[in-house]
Design a protein around this ligand. Sequence first.
Ligand code: SF4
Length: 368
Amino acid sequence: MANPPVEQIFIDKSLLNSRIYKNIVNNSSGSITEIDDYKSFIREIQNDIHQRFDKKTLLLYPEKGQFLHACPGSDGVVCCRYFVLDFGMNCPYDCQYCYLQTYSKIPILTIAGNIEELLIQLKNKILEFPDIHWRIGTGEYTDSLALDNLTGIGQILVEFFSLLPNATLELKTKSVEINSLLNLTHNGNTVISWSLNPDYIVNEVELHCSSLDQRFSAAKKVIESGYQVAFHFDPVFYYEQWEPDYKALVDRLFAEIPHNKIRWISLGTFRYSPGLKEKLRLRHPDEFITKSEMILASDNKFRYIAPKRAKMYKYLSGLILKHHPEMMLYLCMETQTTWKRVFSQNMAGPNHLDQAFEKRRLFLKNNF
Ligand code: SF4
């Protein structure tokens, strides 16, 4: 599926010499308007009571703060020492479960255009701690590649990380915008990852995203270009056919993708913040994802009850490990108790999990 088109682009005048601005001018067929002050522009949109969420309008603005953050995780869950590189907010897709519906305060797409500053910050931080292997991902507040046909940020980051032996970049996406990455020198320092869900969920819930067929096909193409890939079974949904559907998906994954090209796989059951259900029902009165029995957990997110989550994780991890017992498999944003229920052993915390990622990286590097 082609990305929904961005029709209007507003660019802060301070960015007219930036690389991203030039890429957008070359790649966009939408209207481009220069603005004097992005802050006033945002204020105007926020104060306009008629403004609805608009995924066809993009603002290119200069980010003044820090681009790199430790993943915020969630209260009481096991973290994995992941870092998040924020270069944008919101995304042209429309997943019903997207937490940005309640988190984002800006009702349009935004991209930080001062990528030159982002690269300086990143390099300084990574070189400050040369003895750790950084895992850094870009898909926290936007899809990593959904707007890449306009911005070209993917290429800039892949080439930048190719020179950093102690860092791995993860580009996490539900898009198939990979063509600009295929012939780059990446030195194995970039992992491209896709969220996976059964066709039923992709079609009913992940609106406007690429199909499952397209995601597998894109993954195979980047593997041919020497990249490793990763997959996120996140969010996993509980519905009548969930067991056969997820089994078919896991079987398909290992039938189509060589296990020695998969760097890691994550599992995370569906969770959502208060307010999402109400927003979702206004637009999709027939949605089914929040109709399961869920409770407000200690991190203020609605989750399936703990025994049900453990059952789902056990089922999925059993399927995955049966195909490949050495796979680096982890639970995203889960409690110690759930880890113990699923894997019958304690996950001692971030160090433990970080070491497991590093072991997998070295294993693939030294053996394949
Ligand atoms: S792809 Fe990610 S950021 Fe975009 S709508 Fe879906 S969940 Fe939200």
